[in-house]
Design a protein around this ligand. Sequence first.
Ligand code: TMP
Length: 205
Amino acid sequence: MFITLEGPEGSGKTSHIPHLVEYLRGQGYVVFPTREPGGTSISEQIRSILHDMKNAEMHPRTETLLYQAARAQIVEQVIKPRLAAGEIVISDRYADSTIAYQGYGHRQDIEQIRALVQYATGGLVPDLTILLDLDVEIGLKRKQRGNEWNRMDAYTVEFHQRVRTGYLEMVKQQPHRWVVVNAEQPWEQVQQELRRLMEERLRGR
Ligand code: TMP
């Protein structure tokens, strides 16, 4: 089973995943966590280019293609083999981030972006995608307090608002694949909801 977590900046995905993985392993599941962009040596190198504040001149099309390059590598090197071995792969972001950020955020043609994503993933679609949704300004403030501020975070608030709108639009388009969790709730409550949702899905498979 392939599960992805998505959300605007500061939604807490990254802090929730290790706890979720530990919990699910305790329940006897074989779980492999990964993240995008990243998760392989090549993809982590591409991540550094994408996030480097020095690369402020990067064009949206360059950005879009670099995310796809990082993705093609992790799909082939990690995600597909793990899924084929029967493992549960949980990814901190995946293809929907490209639709939300490069498509809605940068206002590039969504159909062209979908075609690129299809090419990069070879058509691999998650079984379940959880959107950790929250007010964009709350999320950006959370992120500013941490020390992970990167080139993407520095885009305007309006950009990040379009990203959130894009996610909510995708939920409407494919309600069977998406579940929305309110990430403005206290951390413990979000974690409980995530555990419940995943177990429900895993028991039902
Ligand atoms: P994060 O690991 O802190 O979530 O950083 C990843 C950043 O990259 C985040 O700002 C979202 C962005 N991103 C895209 O713009 N497109 C993509 O396809 C992916 C995977 C991430």
